[in-house]
Design a protein around this ligand. Structure first.
Ligand code: RFL
Ligand code: PHB
Length: 389
């Protein structure tokens, strides 16, 4: 088989890239290791920047997000026993949308299917080859038979544990990493959210976040030790601990119910430089990871593929290779700003092993400054709603 762009991974990055390329008449094939149901069952991000929604619109996959997504104008920061609202719309003119990654993925899968495009699920042993030559190819096995796809370019959209980044020779790649000494325990529950907007809480017992998927499905997170296991967190313990970290009004409003999903995720900042290796590009989690505190992971995957699709469009229009040559630097400039923002949000909201007297006072001073200074509120808001592409 031959295609222009072989895309490895059918997460949001791979699926969105596939549709953006298709829209420009650039044929592509997606290879995904898992089944569609497995991909759709992964509960991850929930908050979309306006730029991400605009990209869904661009590929004709945004209609349901506009119908069912919840547009939020602000968020609440809670510390020192009180809640403070940040009006992001007033500060930036922009909003964010609550719409789950599972829904984004489903809408993109449906768009791909409706366009009659190829996505090979349960592709085993996917391997990129010869991307440092003009004739890259990708091999994979399906139902025990080995296949080869010859292509012009490979897009590594296969997440943090994917094969694309792992195929680059170590001398060609530089990585930057920060691992945080805690995780996020998350639950999803078929209950109304505790508040209309998200509540990020700095508390002596640890960070908590109240978020949602809809007005009848809520999502909550608690900072927890890295070595905790979900078996140690029966629902009752989760709700008790969440209540201890919330203000009285939130406790009074909280509707507890059985969890329908529960997981613990480690927090990590990780960046790969560069994001291009000859004829292979990395995009999304394959190239970088951020802690979820700033809600940037999925949104960065979207901005990466926006840059990549534009670069490939320029290349195939016969204009020049300038776009593909500039992809890595352009994407990384935005990536690093989101990495900084996510690291900073994480650092002011969580308990670290050394957050005792001094560190805790510094966090409170910074949070107090954030909610009371117009300049600081504006800075937080413009990063949270998403920096321009
Ligand atoms: P994905 O979604 O990981 O998709 C990569 C796809 O590649 C497939 N794959 C392979 N396919 C073929 N061959 C191989 N060898 C392959 N190896 C992997 C995988 O099966 C998968 O389908 O990456 P993508 O598309 O870059 O999208 C990025 C987002 O998924 C990610 O940034 C966010 O979900 C991050 N993230 C969160 N972000 C937020 O903004 N808010 C959150 O609350 C949030 N929670 C999370 C998260 C990420 C998590 N991970 C990765 C463990 C919670 C978790 C648990
Ligand atoms: C979510 O809805 O899952 C979510 C929202 C905001 C974050 C992290 C996760 O910062």
């Amino acid at each position: 088989m031959r295609t222009k762009v072989a895309i490895i991974g059918a997460g949001p990055a791979g699926l969105l890239l596939g549709q953006l390329l298709h829209k420009s008449g650039i044929d592509n094939v997606i290879l995904e290791r898992q089944t569609p149901d497995y991909v759709l069952g992964r509960i991850r991000a929930g908050l979309l920047e306006e730029g991400t929604v605009a990209l869904l619109d661009e590929v004709g996959a945004g209609a349901r997000a506009h119908r069912e997504g919840l547009v939020h104008h602000g968020v609440e920061l809670a510390f020192g026993g009180a809640r403070h609202r940040i009006d992001m719309k007033a500060a930036t003119g922009k909003t964010v949308m609550i719409y789950g990654q599972t829904e984004v993925t489903l809408d993109l899968m449906n768009a791909r299917r409706a366009a009659g495009l190829t996505a090979v699920y349960e592709a085993a042993d996917v391997q990129p080859h010869d991307f440092d030559t003009d004739h890259p190819r990708v091999t994979y096995a399906k139902d025990g038979v080995t296949h080869e796809i010859a292509c012009d370019f490979i897009a590594g959209c296969d997440g943090f544990h994917g094969v694309s980044r792992a195929s680059v020779k170590p001398s060609a790649i530089e990585t930057f990493e920060r691992v945080y000494p805690f995780g996020w325990l998350g639950i999803l529950s078929e209950t109304p959210p505790v508040s209309q907007e998200l509540i990020y809480t700095n508390h002596a017992r640890g960070f908590s976040l109240c978020t949602m998927r809809s007005m009848h499905r809520s999502r909550y997170y608690l900072q927890c030790p890295l070595d905790d296991h979900i078996d140690q967190w029966p629902d009752e313990r989760f709700w008790d601990e969440l209540k201890r970290r919330l203000d009285q009004k939130a406790v009074d409003n909280l509707v507890a119910g059985p969890s329908i999903e529960k997981s613990i995720a480690p927090l990590r900042s990780f960046v790969t430089e560069p994001m291009r290796f000859g004829r292979m590009f990395l995009a999304g989690d394959a190239a970088h990871i951020v802690p979820p505190t700033g809600a940037k992971g999925l949104n960065l995957a979207a901005s990466d593929v926006h840059y990549l699709a534009a670069a490939l469009r320029e290349y195939y229009a016969g204009k020049s290779s300038a776009g593909i040559d500039g992809y890595s630097a352009k994407a990384l400039a935005r990536v690093w700003k989101a990495v900084r923002f996510s690291w900073w949000m994480t650092s002011i909201l969580h308990r670290f092993p050394d957050t005792e007297g001094f560190g805790a006072r510094i966090q409170l001073a910074e949070l107090d400054y954030l909610v009371n200074s117009k300049a600081a509120t504006a800075s937080l808001s413009e990063n949270y709603v998403g920096l321009p592409y």
